[in-house]
Design a protein around this ligand. Structure first.
Ligand SMILES: NC(=O)c1ccc[n+]([C@@H]2O[C@H](COP(=O)([O-])OP(=O)(O)OC[C@H]3O[C@@H](n4cnc5c(N)ncnc54)[C@H](OP(=O)(O)O)[C@@H]3O)[C@@H](O)[C@H]2O)c1
Length: 180
């Protein structure tokens, strides 16, 4: 069976996931001790499809690799296996192909639930009908310009609203199931 696919992403209220230069400063928000369900979510996935641009940003940020224990496929037409840092080999795999082909790689390896991350990557998976669930966390700010969460579609995609929570911080989080 193909792995379940979930998106868990933060967006500005005007629909951007990063500034035009990739900046994420607007994400910094006083959240107290609340992680908005992220730890529970990340514990529920065994694998990731992590867009090449997001992967490179994580690697370049200098923080410790945050996805230890997850098998990560980085879809890319420009990177190759040799570009993966030594310490991540075995955990990070570079692949290219249609979303269904990327999921087939995870399926062959027995993975059950993949976290799909990165703007272009999420858009490609949505267009291919390969996303099951969307958790969207709205940060209460308009940033005017940037990398969009959503993009052009070949046709409408119906989503079923499952829940919405609002927090004292002003953050609103909604969970949608994508109709197949
Ligand atoms: N707000 C948030 O929660 C959040 C979450 C994640 C990311 N971000 C931000 O979003 C920005 C990056 O997003 P992005 O939209 O620029 O890109 P992205 O999805 O991270 O990466 C796009 C790249 O992934 C590769 N790719 C995707 N699908 C592919 C496929 N099927 N086959 C082959 N390659 C494929 C291509 O790489 P090649 O060019 O190598 O072919 C493409 O250029 C970063 O600034 C990041 O910080 C924000």
């Amino acid at each position: 069976m193909k792995p379940k696919t979930s998106v868990y992403i933060a967006t500005s209220v005007d629909g951007f996931i990063a500034r035009p230069d990739g900046g994420l400063d607007w994400l910094e928000h006083d959240s107290g001790n609340d992680d908005y369900g992220f730890h529970g979510f990340i514990a529920s996935v065994d694998s990731m499809i992590l867009g090449r641009a997001t992967y490179e940003q994580v690697l370049g940020s200098g923080v410790e690799w945050p996805y230890t224990g997850k098998h990560v496929i980085v879809p890319s037409t420009t990177l190759s296996a040799g570009d993966v840092p030594e310490e991540l080999r075995g955990e990070v795999e570079i692949a290219s192909g249609e979303p269904s082909e990327l999921l087939a790689i995870l399926e062959r390896q027995g993975f059950k639930h993949a976290y799909v991350d990165g703007g272009v990557t999420i858009q490609r998976f949505l267009r291919a009908g390969m996303i099951d669930e969307l958790t969207i966390t709205y940060i209460p700010v308009l940033i005017g310009d940037g990398i969009p969460l959503f993009g052009a579609l070949d046709g409408d995609i119906k989503v079923r609203h499952l829940s919405t929570n609002s927090f004292d911080s002003g953050i609103v989080q909604s969970l949608y199931q994508v109709a197949r």
